[in-house]
Ligand binder design. Structure first.
Ligand SMILES: N[C@@H](CCC(=O)N[C@@H](CS)C(=O)NCC(=O)O)C(=O)O
Length: 204
């Protein structure tokens, strides 16, 4: 059965594309213009939220990027990309998966909207600056996790926690929030973005 992913270039669906590439799975990628609810109105018939990602696996339908990554590693594994309940870092791993969108990407969406998406007269430089700082503050957890020479966020290996949180660094580049790239976070991002699966995902 074909896995299908609705996607927009640069959007959070990138987490899913990257995970699919790491797992070496076949999938159909449907790339839409952004935002699809404006430029591809028929898409609302597929996903009433109008958001990407939208993921289809048989009767399964999902709209939360980090949950889809978790679903993929659990249903298509076993894989070292997942951390299992028997491992000491299982709680940390789940925390990173939820942190990735709810805590660290959320302030970036305000920056994106009010610096790039809204028409000029509706842009809000004060909101952009406040939420830029808010985002940088929330990255402190990543800075701390990578201290003492640790190369990845948890379990002493590359996992989907790195993919899901790493996406925020990908977006920080688009948003030109250069301060996000402290030496430690910059090195981590270099490690992640050098992965062949990331490169394939970015090309797709
Ligand atoms: N929490 C969801 C958020 C999905 C979401 O808001 N996606 C954005 C793109 S990054 C979107 O589709 N925005 C278009 C819109 O809201 O109309 C996730 O992690 O996937």
């Amino acid at each position: 059965m074909t896995l299908t992913l609705y996607h927009c270039s640069g959007a959070r669906s990138m987490r899913v594309v990257w995970t699919l590439e790491e797992l070496g799975l076949d999938y159909a990628l449907k790339t839409l213009p952004f935002p699809p609810r404006v430029f591809e109105k028929e898409y609302l018939g597929v996903n009433p939220l109008g958001t990407v990602p939208y993921f289809v696996d048989g009767d399964t339908r999902m709209t939360e990027s980090s949950a889809i990554c978790q679903y993929l590693v659990e249903t298509r594994g076993p894989t070292a990309l997942a951390v299992t309940p028997g491992e000491p870092d299982y709680g940390a791993y789940l925390n990173w998966l939820h942190y990735s969108d709810a805590t660290v990407t959320f302030p970036q969406t305000i920056v994106l909207r009010y610096s790039q998406l809204e028409p000029q007269e509706r842009r809000l430089p004060q909101a952009v600056e406040d939420y830029r700082r808010f985002f940088l503050g929330r990255l402190r957890a990543v800075e701390s996790a990578l201290s003492d020479g640790r190369e990845y966020l948890c379990a002493e290996r590359f996992t989907i926690a790195d993919i899901c949180v790493g996406y925020a660094l990908f977006l920080a580049r688009v948003l030109k929030i250069e301060d996000a790239f402290t030496p430690r976070i910059g090195d981590w991002w270099e490690r992640l973005s050098a992965r062949p699966a990331f490169r394939r995902a970015a090309e797709r």
